[in-house]
Design a protein around this ligand. Structure first.
Ligand SMILES: Nc1nc2c(ncn2[C@@H]2O[C@H](COP(=O)(O)OP(=O)(O)O)[C@@H](O)[C@H]2O)c(=O)[nH]1
Ligand SMILES: [Mg+2]
Length: 229
């Protein structure tokens, strides 16, 4: 029974990823062609992606032309939150899938004028497994892990931490109330990904966010310099 299941699943999965890789390549060509930096924001549900995004938009929107794609299984709650910050936003509902894929993102691009943007931020569906496996054509994947989720998550969900260029350790304001060993979590994450940039932040208090904004500005600047050459 198990063998039959495996034999059926593996080719389907491989085919799906190959199809996604082609669509991701196509997206990347669009992004590079228009000089727009694209970030794929990933975490488990409730880690604080939308809250961090709202603060980031307020901090960077005066200097950069930004837009957002929101991914959720259902509802447009997050798109409504983002729209209140005066930034163009499009909501994707996957209807059940636990991640965005490159084709869904490509369809969403029709709602934006890419050439008029400096950066596009994609908030992925809240999930610690699937999003990391689907390339969207983005420049960077950034992960959020909140201190309420437990410091063992890098070891339990290694693919996410391996794929990310930066990690936001969020909800630091709650640290006195939870048993979360920050040094342990950071060591475990860096064991999977030596070059991982880690920011200790609180989307509530604003702690640590300036360093995150500076990093993001540098990444946007680098993408724009590539266009100039
Ligand atoms: N205490 C605290 N709560 C936070 C922080 N960031 C987000 N939250 C709360 O966590 C919940 C989930 O946040 P949300 O941004 O919707 O998470 P998402 O599902 O990852 O987009 C909300 O109730 C937020 O107000 C933080 O830094 N500190
Ligand atoms: Mg959200």
């Amino acid at each position: 029974m198990l063998e039959l299941h495996d034999a059926e699943e593996i080719p389907v999965g491989a085919d799906l990823l190959a199809t996604n890789a082609k669509a991701a390549l196509h997206n990347r060509e669009h992004f590079l062609g228009h000089g727009v930096y694209v970030l794929n924001l990933m975490s488990g549900p409730g880690a604080g992606k939308t809250t961090l995004l709202e603060r980031t938009l307020d901090a960077l929107a005066p200097r950069y032309r930004l837009a957002v794609i929101e991914g959720d299984v259902q509802t447009r709650h997050d798109a409504d939150r983002i729209a209140r910050h005066g930034v163009p936003v499009h909501q994707i509902n996957t209807g059940g899938a636990c991640h965005l894929d490159a084709r869904l993102v490509h369809q969403a691009l029709d709602h934006f004028e890419l050439g008029a943007l400096d950066a596009l931020i994609i908030e992925n569906v809240g999930n610690l497994v699937c999003p990391a496996e689907f390339d969207l054509g983005e420049h960077d994947k950034v992960m959020v892990l909140s201190v309420t989720e437990g410091h063992d998550k890098p070891q339990k969900y290694p693919v996410m931490f391996h794929a990310a260029r930066a990690l936001l350790l969020n909800k630091m304001d709650l640290l006195p109330h939870v048993d979360f060993d920050v040094a342990y979590a950071e060591r475990a994450a860096r064991a999977l990904n030596l070059d991982l940039e880690i920011f200790r932040v609180s989307a509530r208090s604003g702690e640590g966010l300036d360093a995150w904004y500076r990093w993001l500005e540098a990444r946007i600047g680098k993408a724009q310099r590539h266009l100039d050459h």
